[in-house]
Design a protein around this ligand. Sequence first.
Ligand code: NAP
Ligand code: F7E
Length: 347
Amino acid sequence: MARRALITGITGQDGSYLAEHLLEQGYEVWGLARGQANPRVSRMRKLLSDVQVVRGDLLDQGSLISAVERVQPDEVYNLGAISFVPMSWEQAELTAEVTGMGVLRMLEAIRVCSGVSRGASAGSSAQICSGQIRFYQASSSEMFGQVSETPQTERTAFHPRSPYGVAKAYGHFLTQNYRESYGMFAVSGILFNHESPRRGAEFVTRKVSLGVARIKLGLATELRLGNLEARRDWGFAGDYVKAMHLMLRAGNPEDYVIGTGRMKSVRELVDAAFSAAGLDWERYVVTDQALHRPAEVDLLCADPKKARAQLGWEPRVSFDELVAMMVESDLRLLTDGGDPDQDSSWP
Ligand code: NAP
Ligand code: F7E
């Protein structure tokens, strides 16, 4: 019988790539979708027609229990979150509820539906058994924040710099705690920035690729950005979702850092993207203090050795290939009259 996966965050970038990957692997895929008329759900249904939808919200414990009861998944991937770092300062409480407490609610739904009791001996007696629901938590390199060492490994200390990073650290430790308390197969992937043509337009890579495409096509004359000196380890989302699946199929439940091991500055990103369209970025980019963050994460760089050694995972798409892919996709999108905010424009 096909394995069954339940994905929260199915309408997001990673949800779409993960669903495609799991469908290719022969899984029955269910996506948890919220809202009574969420346009992103209609878009997802059109593009991922083989994914079945179950209603639910990470803010609503009962809905998660019902979803797990209905789907009876073998694997749960918790990708749902408020994921845009600047928004986490503006809506800190909501971020804590969705990105942090949402992890607790999903773990509790799995615990209750699996019949795992809270008894004192649960941790010592619980074995990882074959019928158990396996849980993946989307942890983030933002937990490292103000980094204490470079590159960052699974053992690097956390010093989050935003309410988002703090909420992710809560979810990360809670996942570890459910593994230790209840013997659950619950793991976290500490993923560094990963991008694609499906990335939300608010994140810097997509903001830049759309900005380049608009300027190239004469639809804009400038691109306003914040801190050009920040450095990130950017990879391709299609590569990273494969690591999530490998983590849940591994023999032991363990956490892994996932990234390329190379970092670039926002300035280098901008240079690469404008060059891909034959443009000189210095003629168009305007920096804007209002786009700087209250507390910046200056640099992030992964040490993905453990994932390579234990999971056999390697990123395939290079930084230059990723930037070129995104610029080409946005040029095509805008040339065809697409609107990045409309349903039909999702490549
Ligand atoms: P994304 O595109 O922003 O997608 C976020 C998803 O969360 C959307 O499907 C959204 O659904 C859903 N969501 C928001 N509030 C919800 C709620 N109350 N209940 C249920 N679902 C809710 O994020 P992504 O880039 O795919 O990232 C996936 C996960 O990995 C996130 O947890 C993110 O924090 C984490 N992460 C991402 C990166 C990265 O570089 N992309 C790196 C490290 C970790 P709606 O359509 O309903 O809004
Ligand atoms: O910013 C700088 C900004 O918003 C990257 C999320 O997926 O990855 C993502 O978080 C850098 C920052 O991503 C602009 O200051 C300059 O230093 O693309 P971003 P992020 O904050 O790194 C992590 C791993 C996650 O977990 C998150 O969910 O770029 N930057 N100028 C700018 N950033 C934006 N958004 N817009 C600018 O105009």
